[in-house]
Ligand binder design. Sequence first.
Ligand code: 9WN
Length: 431
Amino acid sequence: MDLFQKCQTVLENNRRGNFTIPSPFLYPFQWNWDSGLIAIGLLHFEPENALVELETLFSGQWENGFLPHIIFHNAEKYTTYFPSADYWHSNVSDFAPKRLKTSGITQPAVHGFVLEYILEHDFGKERIARLYDQIVHYHQYLYEYRQHKNTGLVAIWHNWESGMDNSPWWDRALKSISPDLLTDINLRRKDVHEVDDSAHTRPTDDDYKRYIYLVNQLRACNYERVPADFPFQILDPVFNAILVQSNKSLCRIGEKIGKDTSQIESWIKRATDHFSEIHWDENDALFYPYDILENRQIKIHCAGSYIPIFAEIPDNAQMEKLLSHLHSFEDLHLVPSCLPGEAGFEPKNYWRGPIWVHMNWMIWNGLLKYEQYDLAEEIRLGTISLVEQFGSREYFEPFKNTTTTTGYGGKSFSWSSALVIDMLQRNSSAK
Ligand code: 9WN
């Protein structure tokens, strides 16, 4: 079986009717940004299911436009995930769907740019237009509830909303929460039983206590608005760059299907006008998150520092500096979720060092837009080779030339498979 077929088999096995789970046992429901990115892989062998994947995800959209990070289809049947549907208790909000259980936080807004890929295939205008409206409604929610001071940049209220759960970027904000608030976390956690060597590859119990504390606080606000002193309010350059990129796609789609795109254009303008002022640090020549409560940037060098390339946000001078960083990592597979030497770096631990396929996929695509074909190709081939050697794992150790380098976390992972399929089908010059 070649790599394409192996990855296709992973996706087929992870299919649960009209959606795809990220990985068996560890993540047995539908995840938000996973599904968007999985659709990109599905387009290469069963395009109809790519559209169905997004349609099913949006069946969990709330009436106020909010799009949850987990849709708990068949919640009763699968008990291998904590926090469960009942823990989230989404019906504390009147906006939540009555028939489906969901979480009460969101994830990066990949759906707009995914829909542009879907549009390359010949689906009826009606289905595309319906999804388009749903995506715009989700973005309206983000600007209405999450926008920071009319900057066009939106805040996340939980580290899980970034999708980069235990990134050192969130350490300082999370440290402000005492872990003593929940004592029985080790009895409740399921993830640690689903992966090997969880002590070194998954967040700690103290981390989890803080994650759950934030869930409890958000649930107490009915998952609507947070008080001014809410401990986690961060502008994430990854979340915001992805939103800009999706808005750019929505404008192009809107023109094709006859929609008024003026509101979307104004979102893009506002965000691009303020992006560098909030997220760029000229000294370090990197994009960083911004902690609203502390009124300052979080200066840790992570893969996320490069995701604005995907939305064509850096100007030429910024891009040159970003490229000189990317060219300097000799002993590393590109691009580690956190760079060695940074506070909080751990080579095997989840978002604290390992390589993630979907982050590389976004950086690869961004480099192509800036015509950086050689570096793009290095990232494409390097990513494919990690999956070829170690399988469709959730994440991979970043050091080259060690005998211990391998993959970690979930096995038979959907988005790793889907995006490797996309990388196999396109080289780095033909865009
Ligand atoms: C919480 C499903 C998800 C990804 C995230 C990744 C991980 C969940 C968890 O798995 O997060 O959402 O329980 O650890 O960090 O990016 O969407 O693959």
